[in-house]
Every structure is written in C-alpha cells, then in structure tokens.
Design a binder for this molecule. Sequence first.
Ligand code: FS2
Ligand code: SF4
Length: 540
Amino acid sequence: MHCDQCQESVKGTGCFVRGVCGKDELTAKLQDVLIYAAEGIALCSEGFEGKIDRKYGQFISECLFVTVTNTNFDDVAIVEQINKALAMRDEVRALAGTTPEHDAASWSGSTREEFLAKALTCGIDSLSEDADLRSLKSLILYGIKGLAAYTDHAAVLGYTDDDIYTFYVKGLSALTKELPADELLGLVLETGATAVKAMALLDKANTETYGNPEITTVKTGVGTRPGILISGHDLRDMEDLLKQTEGTGVDVYTHCEMLPAHYYPAFKKYDHFVGNYGNSWWAQDREFESFNGPILMTTNCIVPVRESYRNRMFTTGMAGWPGLKHIPARPEGGSKDFSEIIELAKTCQAPTEIENGEIVGGFAHTQVIALADKVVDAVKSGAIKRFVVMAGCDGRHASRQYYTDVAEALPQDTVILTAGCAKYRYNKLALGDIGGIPRVLDAGQCNDSYSLAVIAMKLQEVFGLENINDLPISYDIAWYEQKAVTVLLALLYLGVKGIRLGPTLPEFLTPNIAAAIVEKFDLKPIGTVEADVEAMMLGN
Ligand code: FS2
Ligand code: SF4
C-alpha cells in the first residue's frame, strides 16, 4: 500500500504498512482499485463528450466517497462496489461503442484476490513516474474525492448538477493520461471551480430541504432517557432517525460534524433531539464508550472500533467497518429503517454525562447576512477589527493545540468564522461577544465553509471593495482529509490569497509543486501562535 491522502500520513512519505487511521494494507489496495474502476467509467464516458448519465455520475460520487479518509474500512463492501463499478464501466463502454486504449477501460476481475493483484499496478505511484506530475494528479484526485462526498450528500436530497458529473469524466480520465504540468495545473483550478459548485449545490439542498440555519444554543449535557448518538454529515439520515424515534422514549444526540443539524429549523421541532455529546471525531472511542447507547455513523470519520461498543455501533451510506451492522439504503421514495437501532437503544442506559454546558452556532450565510447591518456597523466603528476564518478539520496531533492557542490569543476585537470539526479546538472556550455578536461564529459542517465564502463576498459588496483580499479577513485553515483539500481549492479558485494552512502542508505536494502554489496564491504554512496572530492583525 501507499497512501498519502491525509494530514496524518506517516511523516514525509505516506503510509506503507498500515494507515495511522487504521486502514490496513488490503483495504488500502482495494480502495486504489475502486478508484481505478471509477477512472475506467470516466474514460469510457469520454465517448459521450463527457456528458455522463446522472446514474453513472452519482455512482462515481459514491465510489470516491468510499475512499475518503476514515469512511469505509470494510473489504467486503469495497469488493462489492468494485464489481458494481466494473459492470457500470462495461455498460458505458457498450453504449459508447468504442473501447479506449487504456487498461482502465478494459481490465477485468471479480474476486478479492484478483483485485489485490490489480492493485500492484494502479495505486497512486502509477499516476506518473514524474514526482511533480504525480503530485499534481494527487491534488486533483483528492480534490475530486472531497467534492464527490458533498455531491453525494446533495444527491441524497434529490439535488444534482450535471456539470459536476461532466467534470468527473474530465478530471478522472486525466489521471490515466500523460499530461504536461500546465494542463494539470489548469485541472487543479477546475477542480476548485467544481468544488465551489458542489458546495453551492449542497448548501441549496440542505437549506431548501431543512430551512436556513439559525442562531441556536445546543446543550452538551445529557438527559435521563436512553439515547442514540448520530455522527457524520448526512442530514437525510438525521431526518429519518428523528422521525422514527419520536414518541419512543429514546433521545437523539449529535456527535462531531452532526452538531450543526441542531441549527436547522426542520429539526428544532423534535423535543427528543436533546443536544451534542462529545467532541471531534478522534475522541470518539472514549466518548462512544461512555455514551452507553447505540451509535450511528453516517459518513466519516470512523476510528478503529473498540470492543466495548462494537455491538452497539452501526454504519450506513458510504461508511463501513468490518463486522458492524450496516443499515441498508432507503428504498426509492422511502426512508431508511432504523428500528433495530431504536429497539437496542431502549435496552441501554442513559448516556454518562461528560460535560454540561452550551455551544452556540448557526451562523451560516443567511443568518450572518441577516445581521449584516450590525456586523458592518461594528466594523465601521472599529469594534470588530478583523475576522479570522479558522474552518476545516480537527485531528489527533498535539500540534493542533495551535488552533486553540490562536483562538485564545486573538485580540478581543476579532471574530472567528468557523465551519467543520476544526471548531472543537475552541468552540467551548469563553471567548465572549462583541456587542452581542459571538466571537466564534460557527457556520456548520466542513461543507458549510461555502457559507464563509458567501459571507466574504457579501461583505465585499457591502464595503464596495474591488478585491476580496481587501476585506479585513485572514484565513488560518486546518486540514486533515480530502474534503478540506476541496475547500482549500474552492477558496483558491475564488481568489482568496494569503491563506495559512496547517498543521502541516500536504505531503503529497512535492517541493516544486508546493513552491508553485505558494507563489501563485501566497499560501503559507502556519508558524508560531504569536507571529501568526501578529501578522494576521496586520493583514498579512
Ligand atoms: Fe471532520 Fe472528518 Fe467534515 Fe472531515 S469529521 S475531518 O472527515 O469531513 O471535517
Ligand atoms: Fe495514512 Fe491518511 Fe491514508 Fe489513512 S488516509 S492510510 S492515515 S495517509
């Protein structure tokens, strides 16, 4: 195996023996083959000038999502997905009536052993013999993986954008070709453009289905009834679970990236939707233990499952862990069946309390724009000197303490704009407010970083500025997995310059490619807390 797609890959080289995330060699290889099979569908779709049927586009989203860090570790499910992908590729090839010359368009296999043999020639090392070209292709692949996850969430709610699927054909086919660096660099930017489309699509899907997020206070304590803990990013699963648990005597709690579900009007009507339990993904093993009741993982991030809660943890959607019960897809027009989880919950103890406080959030673009007058006045009066976007991911490493320290060190006249699980580094600190505007404005999940871009563009319009970089906004982004790569490429595409990225720059960027991106976008690695806070306050 060779995997280098996340920030926690083994320093300098990537994971070769076993992932720091818990992914073993066989799973990593099968995921490589799944990507290769998706590339085959894309290649065969070139025969239709890239106009891929939605059915295939949606299926490619799912294949890519399965391979996003911490999503699916279940070899049986991945083998099944590869077989489906090969069948779809053959279907598309037959419809096109031609067979592209590349092996991805024609190889065959059906067993786990055949796929593992195939993996020897189709991992990331096969993208190119040239390290810089391989680096650019990796950036495209990881960006597409992240946007595929967002596109999949939107599709679950019935929202699609054919341009995104068309880009899958172009972007994934490109990975099988020898292309010059400038062409690949162009595709990196196109990945950013498509990332914006995917995040805008998901924003529309979420808000048209569940309403616009509103300022909300979420409790972090527990009640006395048994509960179900739901984690991941899938709001449709949230909806099904809330409906099915109503009146059952079972409460529902969010974990990690599901916290923002509390901000949506459609979910506020449920009295048994009690609060948020715990912190970001990497602390889940301890927190799942003390939760006492069933846990439903709707997407990433799953960490290696402990015996103590294995028999009460469930996956659904693209998520998977070997041996855990997987709740099947909903039938056309219907709902998922969570009855087994609910029945199990009734037999469990109430969660053990691990804290008892509040988190305030719900500052997606409509809510912030509704407060625009107040915000603009505060900027004009000097009450707010600067906004610092600290969106992105959280992770295990102690170096992420940097983000807590920055939040604490920022002057009282700054406001932090956040989204994603990065927020858990500072969303429970008592940072106060500025004239009633909280100093941490949480827009939602990592995909809601789109909201932060919309807010920036709105402020640019209100202040009549030519350039988005003239706003009093600094960017201090934390990344971990491929959705954060997507968010970063989206921000770069929107013209945002001077972003700080940490805790480290991606290892899959070679020194040459990193230098090119740093120069073009003024991207910079994080430094010390003191130096970065000082520089940001000076607009650097
Ligand atoms: Fe956090 Fe994990 Fe949201 Fe990422 S829960 S790092 O996959 O998607 O952000
Ligand atoms: Fe390593 Fe990250 Fe890949 Fe897991 S996802 S194998 S930790 S690089």
